[in-house]
Design a binder for this molecule. Structure first.
Ligand code: PRT
Ligand code: ZN
Length: 292
């Protein structure tokens, strides 16, 4: 009897960590529901032909490169550090962080030249080495797998090179933010050298399209407001992002209702311009999905 091949796409996701919930939330908004995943390595979705492999984030690039998973979600920092050949399908806008140099007060760090001859503790020796080489600097790299921020206080290193997001960890360890050498966010990746079946290519295209529409929606708000007719032209001039709005007449003939999709960035600037031009009843609504 012919054996049925499982043609579900396999997506590698961090098992337990900063990216896990955000990955699952994104999938949910894409219509991909996962249940009871807590202690299992592989879970299939009920609503999309997709299996999720839960792994340590450090293992994800290699699993994708080797085709054990077809695609994966992981930080760019991990891909760069592992030097693994995967192709980025989409930047996902979460898990944003920087790999930064940081120094205790008594060690100056005003420019890259201050690193010359120093001892630097890091969990990212490859990224750091490439940076030092590109700047023509030589320094001693101490590789640590965690708690890098305590290395200067222990006398293990002069400065550190570590992931920073809010900067609280540095502050708690009396370290100062130096400069950034790498910026990262979570990305959806596929193997750069493994051939996929046509069925899987079609499913991955569908998934990427869904992700794009969720991300577009996140970057936008639906704006509704009443505007004095006389200000309409000026408002359109002042806010170019108010592209082709819907304009609806109101019972009060001096006003019109305006509905438009606007970018989430600079929303508060936009609102203050609108208010100063006499807009009233301003409502901003989240958009769940924006299909293009
Ligand atoms: O167990 P597993 O190996 O899967 O997880 P992990 O412990 O290696 O990774 P995890 O869950 O900490 O992070 C997963 C990914 O999230 C990273 O690879 C980055 O791409 C991204 N990310 C975003 C971060 C941070 N922000 C972050 N702040 N990863 C780590 N940190 C750590 C950092 O190492 C430092 O200790 O948080 C501390 C600094 O944070 P702030 O906010 O105090 O500056
Ligand atoms: Zn890890």
């Amino acid at each position: 009897m012919e054996q049925k091949v499982n043609e579900n796409i396999r997506l590698a996701v961090q098992k337990k960590g900063r990216l896990t919930d955000k990955c699952l939330d994104l999938l949910k908004l894409c219509g991909i529901e996962i249940e009871n995943y807590s202690e299992r390595l592989v879970v299939s979705s009920r609503t999309f032909p997709l299996d999720i492999l839960f792994l340590r984030d450090d293992d994800i690039p290699e699993y994708v490169q080797d085709g054990v998973a077809d695609i994966g979600i992981v930080g760019e920092n991990v891909i760069e550090e592992k030097n693994i050949s995967v192709g980025i399908l989409e930047k996902l806008g979460f898990g944003k962080c920087k790999i930064m140099m940081a120094n205790p007060e008594h060690i100056p760090l005003n420019s890259p030249l201050d690193l010359e001859g120093r001892t630097i503790a890091t969990s990212y020796p490859r990224i750091l080495k490439n940076y030092l080489n590109s700047e023509g600097l030589s320094a001693k790299i101490i590789e640590l797998s965690g708690s890098v921020e305590i290395a200067p206080a222990l006398g293990v290193a002069d400065v550190i090179c570590d992931i920073v997001s809010t900067g609280n960890t540095l502050m708690m360890n009396k370290l100062r933010k130096g400069f950034s050498i790498f910026e990262s966010e979570a990305v959806l990746v596929k193997s750069a050298n493994k051939e996929l079946s046509m069925e899987k290519i079609i499913l991955i295209d569908d998934l990427v399209r869904r992700i794009r529409s969720v991300l577009n929606a996140r970057r936008s708000r639906y704006l509704m407001m009443n505007v004095p007719k006389v200000s309409l032209e000026r408002i359109m001039e002042l806010i170019p992002s108010l592209r082709s709005p819907t304009i609806v007449p109101l019972a009060d003939e001096e006003l019109v209702a305006v509905h438009a999709v606007i970018p989430s960035d600079f929303i508060w600037n936009t609102i203050s311009i609108l208010k100063s031009e006499g807009a009233s009843g301003i409502l901003l609504l989240p958009i769940e999905n924006m299909i293009s």
